[in-house]
Each structure stands twice: as C-alpha cells, then as structure tokens.
Design a protein around this ligand. Structure first.
Ligand code: NAD
Length: 476
C-alpha cells in the first residue's frame, strides 16, 4: 500500500499501514499475512427500544478481527460517532494487543451509535440490555466465544447489565460471569480492573524511563517520572487513573487537562482529584474550574510545550493538521489510535518519540484476562494461599529475630502480610508491562529496519499470531 500524499486516511487504514510496515520486517507468506490482517467477521444490528412511550431505533456492531485464540476479547463503546470502520480498527488493535502482551485471546470490539448523555439511567439500561440480547443470540457474547469489556462511554454499570442479560438467556451456563469483564467486584469483577488501563500506562512509562537509550532519544533526562510536565487529554476512566497515579505516586506535574468542553492550564500543576471531583459535580465538564487558565478550544493545548503528552480520550486527535505544531518530547498513547498514520510520519521526522497504544493501554485487557480466569475458576485470587504465606512469613521473621537481628515494626507488618487480590493483580500487571516493553525495546534497538516502537510492537504481535495459525494449520 502507498500512502496518498495529502489525504488523511481512516482509522482502519492507519492500523493496516502500521501492519504493512511491521510485516515488511518479517518473513511471513503473503496469504497468511492477508488472513492475519483482515477482519474475520462483523455483525451489524439494528433494534428498536421504547423510551418514554416513543420507539427509537439504534444501530450497533460487534466485530471479530481474529479468533486464533478463543474467546475473542474487546470493549464495547457507546459514542455518538462510532461506526463500522472504527469498530473494525479497534478489533484489529485488540488482536495485536493481546498477542503482544501474551494474553491468550483473539481480537474483537463492539460499538453502539448513541450519545449516552441524552438518556437517563433507566433508558440506558433498556438499550444496553437489548443490544446485549442481540449479540447473545448470535454468539457474539459468551465466556468461550466472545467477551466484551468497558470502553468509551461504558463502565461497570453496563457490564453488570450485560452479565445479567446473558445469565437470563443462558441459565445453564455456570461460567456465565466470564461472559464479560470490567464488572463490579460484587458481581464477579476483580479488584483493580477499573484503574487497570491507567495503572498499566504508568507501569509502561516507568519502564520506558528505566531505559536510558529511549529517554535520550526523546530528548528527556533522568530515570523517573518525578517532576516531568504532563498534559493529559480526557479525564475519563483511563485518563483519570493515569493522571492521578502519575501525580500521587510518581511526582509528575499535570500542567494541562483537556476535556470536551475546554481545557485548563497551570504551569504549577493541578491536583487531579480536585479537577475530577469538579468534573463529576459539573455534568462531566471542566469549564468554570476555579484554578488555572481556561481555553475554550481544548485541542489547542495539545500543542503546548511539555515533556509527556498523554492523549486518553479518542482516536485521530493528532493528525496532519496539528502534528507539526506538537511540542511534546514523548507521546504516550493511552487512548486507541490518537495519532493518525500521517501524523506519525511527521512526528517521526521531528524526533518525537511515541509509546504506542497497542502496548501502552494493554493494562485493561491484561486485568480483564485475570478477571476471566477468576470467573472460570470460581475463586478469588489469594483465597487459598494468603494465610499460609502470612504464617510462613512470620516464621521467617521469627527466625531472623532469634538470630539476634531486631526488625523495625513497620517492616514486620509489611513483610508479614500475605497478598490480597489487588496485590496480585498489580503484580501481574506490572510484570506484563515490564516484560513487554523490554521485548519491544530489544527489537527496536537491535534491528535497524524497525523504525519505531510501534513497528517493533506490531512485528512481535504479528509473529505471534502467525505462529498460532501455523501451529494450528489451515482447515478443513
Ligand atoms: P471514557 O468515556 O471513560 O473517557 C473519555 C474521556 O474523554 C471523558 O472524560 C470524555 O469527557 C473525554 N472527552 C470526550 N470528548 C473529548 C474531547 N473532544 N476532548 C477531550 N476530551 C474528550 O473512556 P475511556 O474508557 O477512558 O477510554 C478512553 C480511550 O482509551 C479510548 O480510546 C479507549 O478505546 C481507550 N481504552 C480504554 C480502555 C478501558 O479499559 N476503558 C482500555 C484500553 C483503551
């Protein structure tokens, strides 16, 4: 494929161009490459719902990009702009993401064309349940075939409605809780899923700063996030947790926050929690926040000078119209597809380093994988071993103290305690993000023809999917 010189391309084409660039660094037969790249299937559904006595019609999609591993996995998005091209692009990204971080799922994604802000809770419940019912009927939901999760415009509430709709229609399926992830903990969810994507972004950034070559490449300094100036777009699920953890655990400075109704800037940094509380109390907007300078045109602040720019809202926000004006040294793609293929070419020329979505926001699906395992095994993580480990740790402390060394009390309580679910989830997530970045880093620095972290990540993912298909063989 050759990129037309000035035309911006679609999200799916953007993903496919990255695929082609990564493929060029690999030795995979043409026919298999085509099979891996193409979306396997997509289901479009239209359905009516009676709201306040009036019948409204809705359209939605669920796409399966690859089923080299089952179930296929990916979020469901509720947005007023969602379309089939976007859902297919996001499904493809899910395949590459799962393969990259060693999560044994195929790639899928769903979308419902709706503006959730226009409907009350009861209407949203009716619409979500009806959409779920349509997908269940066609086997596009089920713990062994296809497992949705939250995405833009959906959260724990919608996942609960989907799980309970599934349970009502498949009453004999004892694994019904595994039909969807991102549920509340009281309904089979897992501790740490809500924060998972954001925490994964931070784990990924921390790992980036442990590698001096990359830090130098981005014209940054130091080996930590301490004091780094950060701009974040979107204070939703992913953006809020990313920004909060960066501020509170890493000492980064959140100098600008961009939302749908404007942006705020303060060189002295914001308290993320304060802005978030204001947003919740003000219908999801930040306009009128009493501190910092307000900008009506939110996107203008993408171009502000900073160390790290974190788009965490939606795709295509950095494109060929604004790419040349970007002043960030490092762009951390917390959202899916925030940089178009065209923009990336420009940013590469400018020397801006990009940590790609296919890696950086994989924390969500990683912890979804843990949740799914928990649902299938019908037991919470840590239940069997926690007290045993605690007893062993106390024996160990006793042995040290008997040898004459007195340990400080706070250390004893830290060493003594056995792991609870959240400790294990964070440990598994951190391990995944560290290991995966090391593999991306090694491939990027070892092979000259791999021109970016994205191409390195994509080439690892494609290789793994190819390997699965190769081992299975083509049937019948
Ligand atoms: P969300 O709906 O919780 O948050 C999106 C945020 O972006 C909201 O605060 C919204 O007000 C804001 N926003 C909307 N329009 C905007 C605009 N024009 N300018 C600035 N901000 C705007 O969604 P989310 O789950 O946080 O997802 C955000 C991105 O992260 C999406 O690209 C999604 O695909 C990706 N992602 C999400 C997850 C997950 O676990 N939720 C996992 C991987 C990737």
């Amino acid at each position: 494929m050759t990129v037309p010189p000035d035309k911006e391309i679609s999200f799916l084409e953007s993903v496919n161009f990255s695929f082609d660039m990564a493929l060029a660094t690999l030795d995979i037969p043409e026919g298999m490459a085509q099979y891996i790249k193409n979306v396997n299937n997509v289901y479009q559904v239209r359905f009516p719902v009676k709201i306040n006595g009036k019948i409204e019609n809705f359209v939605g999609w669920r796409s399966v990009h690859s089923d080299h591993q089952l179930p296929a996995k990916g979020g469901i998005r509720f947005a007023p702009t969602v379309n089939q091209n976007e859902v297919e692009a996001l499904a493809a990204l899910m395949s590459y993401k799962c393969a990259l971080v060693d999560v044994p799922f195929g790639g899928s994604k769903g979308g419902l064309l709706i503006d959730p802000k226009k409907y009350d809770r009861d209407a949203m419940e009716k619409i979500t349940r009806r959409f779920a019912f349509e997908l269940i009927q066609k086997d596009y939901i089920g713990s062994g075939v296809n497992v949705p999760a939250p995405d833009m415009g959906t959260g724990q509430r919608e996942m609960s409605w989907i799980a309970s709709t599934y349970a009502a229609h498949r009453p004999k399926d004892t694994d019904y809780l595994g039909c969807v992830t991102g549920k509340p903990v009281s309904l089979g969810g897992i501790q740490g899923r809500t924060e998972a994507t954001g925490r994964g972004v931070v784990f990924g950034l921390r790992e980036f700063f442990r590698h001096p070559e990359g830090v130098k490449l981005a014209n940054l300094e130091g080996n930590s996030l301490e004091g780094k100036e950060v701009i974040i777009q979107g204070l939703g699920n992913v953006g809020y947790h990313t920004a909060k953890i960066l501020e509170e655990e890493d000492g980064a400075k959140i100098i600008a926050i961009l939302e749908w109704d404007g942006a705020i800037f303060d060189k002295n940094a914001f308290s993320v929690e304060e802005v978030f509380r204001y947003k919740v109390e003000n219908k999801g907007g930040i306009k009128g926040f009493p501190k910092g300078k307000y900008y009506e045109n939110s996107a203008e602040l993408l171009e502000q000078e900073c160390d790290i720019l974190i788009p965490a809202a939606m795709e295509g926000v950095i494109n060929q119209t604004n790419a040349r004006r970007i002043q960030a040294k490092l762009i951390a793609e917390a959202a899916n597809g925030p940089i178009t293929f065209k923009a990336e070419t420009i940013l590469n020329e400018m020397g801006v380093v990009i940590i790609p979505d296919v890696y950086l926001n994989a924390g969500g699906v990683t912890v979804s994988y843990f949740e799914w395992i928990k649902n299938l095994s019908h037991i919470r993580f840590g239940r069997m071993e926690r007290r045993y480990e605690e007893n062993q740790n106390h024996l160990f402390i006793k042995a040290i103290e008997q040898s004459g060394t007195k340990l400080p009390k706070n250390l004893i309580s830290q060493i003594g305690r056995g792991p609870v679910e959240i400790d294990l989830v964070r440990s598994g997530l951190d391990d995944t993000m560290q290991n995966t970045f090391q593999r991306i880093h090694d491939r990027y620095w070892a092979e000259k023809k791999v021109g970016s972290y994205r191409i390195a990540a994509m080439s690892i993912a494609i290789e793994k999917i190819y390997d699965s298909y190769r081992i299975m063989g083509i049937y019948p």
